[in-house]
Design a protein around this ligand. Structure first.
Ligand code: NAD
Ligand code: IPM
Ligand code: MN
Length: 362
């Protein structure tokens, strides 16, 4: 039986509550299936840690994390305590970029029973996969501010697209489409108004697409893609988007799935150079932090993605099935229209997991 070393980074706000539920579900999965062992270690890196140590994570944090098989992250940021531009760059973005986790996979589909705002839509009606570039683009950190405080102050933030960075994410999207037996890739772009970087992105997309004649493609300007996600999400299959566009579209996906408490994401270096990181799409939700009412579904889903990535496809399906049992029958948090607490919802998922494991063994 394999033992997997997992780093737990709860981070800030509701991250602490939801990672605890993710961890408990992973423990239950190991106990009920006997398929794996977890060797988990939690790290206190957070805005509180920043206040004590002057940095969000220690200097050698990436060296430490590199010794793990995977990372389960909660959320980063308490903007009233530490400016976001500091905590995000020293926290979550440092791991994504420092580990060259250049793929950010963000699925959007309806779990049974969840309250989508889309009239007449239910599970199976849409199932899209956003492949978000995660290492450069608008997030490259290229820019600066000069003449601060003066009337002629200047602020620049420059999108950086490299051939290597653009080609590898688009190729990954096509390879993934093939591997999953999907058929269609949408190029999300903005090459009408922005005449340099997105035009280059489109050219690379066309070059790569030519290597995959069995996969159909279309090109969608990001503003129109945002509208299309709401009006006809079923017309999407796989989307490939730059860092910022993928960020925005994946929160729209969360809203369609019932709440930001639902969608999960995987940050991956496909070459396996560094450990992958799994996290909810949502943030630290300061507006509800400390109330014990955050949905743990996104983090449990992220944990399922981690289980699959670590080679346990059957067990990952089991977690998703248990999540589906709970979303179909109650124990939902207030964001999803219920009155359950974070702990109630997590406990219900673990009960469902045990029930499924027992019936599978019978
Ligand atoms: P957010 O995702 O934290 O919250 C947006 C809204 O969704 C809030 O009303 C919140 O209550 C709700 N929500 C989010 N997760 C929920 C859950 N699990 N259950 C129920 N409701 C949930 O976004 P924000 O308010 O824009 O950002 C708050 C902080 O989080 C900021 O510091 C931001 O930078 C940070 N952030 C971090 C990450 C990350 O670490 N990956 C992601 C997004 C935002
Ligand atoms: C996300 C978040 C992050 C992002 C922030 C917190 C830096 O919004 O994971 O979607 O923009 O990638
Ligand atoms: Mn986001």
């Amino acid at each position: 039986m394999s033992t997997h070393r997992i780093a737990l980074l709860p981070g800030d706000g509701i991250g602490v509550d939801v990672v605890r539920e993710g961890q408990l579900v992973l423990d239950t999965l190991a106990q009920t299936t006997g398929a794996m062992r977890w060797d988990m270690q939690e790290f206190p890196w957070s805005c509180d840690y920043y206040l004590q140590h002057g940095q969000y994570m220690p200097d050698d944090a990436l060296d430490t994390l590199d010794g793990f098989d995977a990372i389960l992250y909660g959320a980063c940021g308490l903007p009233d305590v530490v400016p976001d531009e500091i905590s995000q760059h020293q926290g979550v973005l440092r791991v994504r970029q420092g580990f060259e986790l250049y793929v950010n996979l963000r699925p959007a589909r309806l779990l049974p029973g969840l309250p989508t705002p889309l009239a007449g839509k239910g599970p199976g009606d849409f199932d899209l996969l956003c492949v978000r570039e995660n290492s450069e683009g608008e997030y490259a950190g290229c820019g600066g501010r000069v003449h601060q405080g003066s009337s002629y102050e200047v602020a620049l933030q420059t999108t950086v697209f490299t051939r290597e960075g653009v080609e590898r994410i688009i190729r990954y999207a096509f390879d993934l489409t093939m591997r999953l037996g999907r058929r269609h890739v949408t190029n999300v772009t903005k090459s009408n108004a922005l005449q340099f970087a997105p035009v280059f992105w489109d050219e690379v997309f066309e070059e790569v697409a030519a290597d995959y004649p069995g996969i159909t493609t279309d090109r969608n300007l990001v503003d129109a893609a945002a509208a299309r996600m709401v009006s006809s999400p079923e017309t999407f299959d796989v989307l490939v988007a730059s860092n910022l566009f993928g960020d925005i579209l994946s929160d729209i996906g969360g809203a369609l799935m019932g709440s930001l408490g639902v969608p999960a994401s995987a940050n991956i270096n496909p070459e396996g150079a560094h450990p992958p990181m799994f996290e909810p799409v949502h943030g630290s939700a300061p507006d509800i932090a400390g109330q014990g009412i955050a949905s743990p579904i996104a983090t449990i889903w992220a944990a399922a993605m981690m289980v699959e990535h670590l080679g346990h496809a059957k067990e990952a399906e089991l977690v998703m099935a248990a999540l589906g049992d709970v979303t179909a029958s109650g124990a939902l948090t207030p964001d999803l229209g219920g009155d359950a607490t974070t702990a109630d919802c997590g406990a219900a998922v673990r009960d469902a997991l045990r029930a499924r494991a027992v019936s599978a063994a019978a």
